[in-house]
Design a protein around this ligand. Sequence first.
Ligand code: FES
Ligand code: FES
Length: 211
Amino acid sequence: MANNEFANPSNSTALNISRRDLIKGVIAAGAVSSASYLFRVPAGWARQSTPGAVERLITLTVNGQQRRVDVMKQETLAMTLRYKLGLTGTKLGCDQAECGACTVLIDDVPYYSCSVFTHTVRGKKIVTIEGLASPEGKLHPVQQGVVDEQGFQCAFCMPGFVMAAVGFLKTNPNPTRTELAHGVSGNLCRCQDYDKILTALMRGAEYMRKA
Ligand code: FES
Ligand code: FES
């Protein structure tokens, strides 16, 4: 997992905002903005309905599309993706940079999106699990490897593992099993299905080389 150059926790300290307040604020704003997204109400209505929220309208490049979205200064990318852009394939587990469930690619490098401030990734290329398949619906080779090997039990951790593996394989397309295990070692599986997960990801690596 790359060092997180996009997160700056000192901002929160400077603003004297506790983590609990931060999360509550993001959830509140996200719920209102999601309602706006789902029910197509004017964005201005959503802003007025969130007393005290400081929001900014920015453009993100997500899965090859330009997405306009209101974000608060302290809002994390995971919150924006899930609750404002409706991209719920990105999972939230620990929400504190430990489990990897929220992994996405930022300029082809895997990051924990729960620990990246959204406003810091303007101009970057963000890819989530929803953006891996081709526009025609053909699965990414790593996704196909997961399907063929049935590598996960509950699969809650699957999107994060797949994104981490895709990012790692861009730097090492022909890894040994040990190297790939190291490459995705920033991701945890509550079902402890690591052996099958690695088999599936190795199959995906093989498919990527053949693609
Ligand atoms: S939810 Fe981001 S690392 Fe666990
Ligand atoms: S398969 Fe259940 S958390 Fe990984």
